[in-house]
Design a protein around this ligand. Structure first.
Ligand code: KG4
Ligand code: ZN
Length: 390
């Protein structure tokens, strides 16, 4: 079967086509995975939902076209079909997209020009995320589902950050502990099996990615903060620190909630500590470098401690890392080292770093596992606060 997946929950517009063969142990073939990351937020230090919604409206049709083309399933209609009168159908699509009117014109042109692709299911992120952004994707999926008569399956974005790990590992052993760290979420989740989750703990305020982003802003760096902080931090010589010869830098930030017995997190205090430490300081290259290093290490220390605790206490057979922050090189490396040392029998899974951040391929993989939950286009709704478990 083939799945067309759509992701618009934050500032990345993604469309992917995934082919799945076999049923008991599926084998996945990625036909395309196009992501258009919105550059407009770079200088604002964060994402403004209405601005992101507008960008999704601009991007969706070109990204759809590129994705179908790459998957070699984009076909121009022949003259006979082209001249079919679809006015009634377009009226309904115009109604579906009444709040996304910038999208209607370009989608109409696209649907007039190209044939229905050979796709069996549409998967779309319906939450959690930024409400206006989620609705663009959901309404776009509804329009395609109605026009092409293809069923839809709604996908939870957090679950997708976990299940993308199935792409390379068709057999994951449960129970698993999953740490999902993104711009909007930081959750430790007990995965009993696919579809059966329990949130063990989560952030009480800012998410880990949000902390990277806010600290970057304080340090005069652009959005998103995670990649740039990690790049600058890598200029500090880790081998010296590993041997406990502290580097010249004297900055020390708190590790909030690191030693509490629960699985919750709190990162807003860390951001405030960076703010106070930096106030009135000249942002020299050396200072920014040391601060980036310490922010990253403080976040990593807390994440690793709680993840290992959860894995030990729940006798996890697998530890799964996911979400945008899981692209962080040091987090990936240091968690792996800690698992080797403390829980060597636990398997450690991380997505390819290009698949850590938001993409539609993870939505396609998750849609596949929930293919029996497909619904008609009239029934799907976006839910900004959707939870993976009660
Ligand atoms: O999962 P994601 O792409 O979007 C949400 O669902 O929020 O995560 C985005 C977050 C941003 O906060 C970004 O700064 C962070 O992931 N991020 C990173 C890295 N790459 C992205 N954080 C640390 N290190 C990175 N290399
Ligand atoms: Zn995400």
């Amino acid at each position: 079967m083939k799945i067309l997946a759509i992701e618009t929950s934050c500032d990345d517009t993604g469309i992917s086509i995934l082919e799945i063969k076999g049923s008991k142990t599926p084998s996945f073939k990625v036909l395309s995975n196009i992501v258009s990351s919105q550059k407009i937020h770079k200088n604002y230090g964060g994402v403004f939902p209405m601005m992101a919604k507008r960008e999704h409206q601009k991007n969706l049709v070109p990204v759809l076209k590129e994705s179908l083309q790459k998957a070699k399933i984009l076909k121009i209609k022949n003259a006979k079909i082209k001249n079919q009168n679809n006015n009634e159908k377009f009226k309904i699509i115009e109604k579906i997209l009444e709040k996304e009117n910038n999208l209607y014109g370009s989608l109409k042109q696209f649907l007039e020009k190209y044939e229905k692709p050979n796709v069996d299911l549409i998967a779309v992120t319906n939450g959690p995320g930024l409400e206006p952004c989620l609705w663009v994707g959901v309404n776009f999926a509804k329009a395609l589902s109605y026009f092409w008569d293809i069923p839809i399956v709604p996908v939870n974005h957090i679950e997708a950050h976990i299940l993308i790990n199935f792409l390379e590992n068709p057999k994951i052993e449960f129970p698993a502990i999953s740490l999902v760290v993104s711009g909007g979420h930081t959750q430790l989740i007990l995965v009993k099996k696919i579809g059966n989750y329990k949130i063990l703990g989560e952030t009480r305020d800012d998410a880990a990615g949000e902390c990277f982003d806010k600290c970057a802003k304080i340090l005069g760096l652009e959005y998103p903060g995670g990649p740039i902080i990690s790049k600058i931090a890598s200029k500090i010589n880790y081998s010296l620190i590993r041997t406990n010869k502290r580097i010249a830098g004297k900055i020390h930030l708190p590790r909030p909630m690191m030693n509490t017995k629960d699985y919750d997190f709190s990162f807003s205090g860390l951001k405030t500590a960076v703010l106070y430490a930096t106030r009135g300081k000249k942002l020299t290259e050396q200072y920014v470098k040391e601060m980036c290093f310490e922010v990253q290490q403080a976040i990593i220390d807390v994440l690793i401690k709680k993840t290992i605790n959860a894995a030990k206490n729940h006798k996890a057979k697998t530890i799964i890392l996911g979400g945008g922050v899981s692209a962080n090189y040091e987090l990936r490396k240091q968690l792996g080292e800690k698992i080797n040392k403390d829980t060597p029998n636990t398997k450690y899974l991380i997505p390819d770093s290009a698949l850590s951040t938001d993409n539609a391929l993870m939505i396609a993989v998750t849609g596949y596992f929930h293919k029996n939950k497909k619904i008609s286009w009239q029934k799907i709704k976006a839910d900004a606060n959707l939870r993976i478990s009660k």
